[in-house]
Design a protein around this ligand. Structure first.
Ligand code: AMP
Ligand code: MN
Ligand code: MN
Ligand code: MN
Length: 293
């Protein structure tokens, strides 16, 4: 990917309401500085940042899509599903978020115990301190571990300790994608299969899961992502076409200079893919302009 590529639409970004480093208003201010016109706040399993982001978006003239990135599963395979244009107050969504919060909290305690058994004491407390008001996730553990000099960087931590199948990994029984998609749709949102190429599924599995996602009411798949090799974008686009899914685009921004790169730092959706943002009701893009205008 050329570093000069810039998008004015970014439908995947995190704030400190989950594991991002910027507060919701700082995130929106940064989006405005970067010329982003439509930004989706997609915190992990929480909508806690949306009210603040909405206010900031009004001040900066940025279109804010209220959204969430929900932890889900297809059988034993964990997945992320982005819900775009959700009503954060919808009862079913609130209940689902409550359950996910409990799963995350319990998982964090178990990760802490595993790390303690590996000789790394106080990691749970450290991750809680990193998380502030958020429920500690793996990125908070990672930050604490880096801060203590236990690992050099995120890549090392996930490959040595926290990644799937590593010694401090805790498998969680997340809701099945059918339930997650239904919950997003009941909340008025559009369900998007997040970063399909990052799961490292075989091509057959990925198609099967994307097909299942489409069948249960999923609408789109993330085709263009920051830092994604061109051949992966081509594969994601092929899956979108094969399964009749629209395409989404995003940075998965967490931090300046962090895991994923800058807001909007990616190229255009391939022209043959239908853009998911054109299907979002204008009312779900708050403040600012809608992408179609
Ligand atoms: P969790 O939602 O607690 O399971 O943690 C997932 C988050 O951890 C992702 O959203 C990223 O913020 C971070 N993460 C996952 N895998 C990696 C990786 N290989 N390198 C760096 N950060 C990662
Ligand atoms: Mn994250
Ligand atoms: Mn994700
Ligand atoms: Mn994300």
């Amino acid at each position: 990917m050329r570093s000069t590529e810039r998008s004015r639409i970014d439908l995947h970004a995190h704030s400190s309401a989950s594991d991002g480093m910027l507060s919701p208003s700082e995130l929106v201010a940064r989006a405005a500085e970067r010329g982003i016109e439509v930004l989706a706040l997609t915190d992990h399993d929480t909508t806690a940042g949306i009210a603040e982001a909405r206010q900031a978006a009004r001040r900066h003239g940025v279109g804010l899509v209220p959204a969430i990135e929900m932890s889900a599963a297809a059988g034993d395979k964990p997945l992320h599903v982005v819900g775009l244009g959700i009503d954060p107050d919808a009862a079913g969504l609130r209940a689902a978020i409550g359950r996910l919060r409990e799963l995350r909290a319990e998982r964090a305690r178990r990760i802490g115990r595993r790390l303690a058994r590996l000789g790394i004491a106080q990691a749970y407390e450290g991750a809680c301190a990193e998380a502030g008001a958020a429920v500690p996730g793996r990125a908070h553990f990672a930050r604490w571990l880096i801060g203590r000099g236990i690992c050099a960087d995120n890549a090392e931590i996930f490959s040595r300790l926290l990644g799937r199948g590593r010694p401090a990994y805790v498998a969680t029984v997340w809701p099945e994608i059918e339930d997650t998609v239904a919950c997003i749709r009941e909340a008025g949102g559009v369900a998007v299969l997040a970063h399909p190429m990052r799961y490292k599924f075989t091509a057959t599995w990925l198609r099967r899961i994307a097909g299942r996602f489409r069948e249960c009411g999923g609408s789109a798949i993330e085709v263009v992502l920051a830092n994604q090799p061109q051949r992966e974008t081509a594969t994601a686009a092929a899956i979108a076409r094969h399964c009749g899914l629209m395409g989404s685009v995003g940075s998965d921004f967490h931090a300046c200079g962090g895991y994923a790169p800058e807001l909007g730092a990616f190229g255009a959706l391939p022209p043959e893919i239908e853009p998911v943002w054109e299907s979002l009701p204008a009312a779900s893009v708050l403040a600012g302009r809608t992408a179609a205008q």
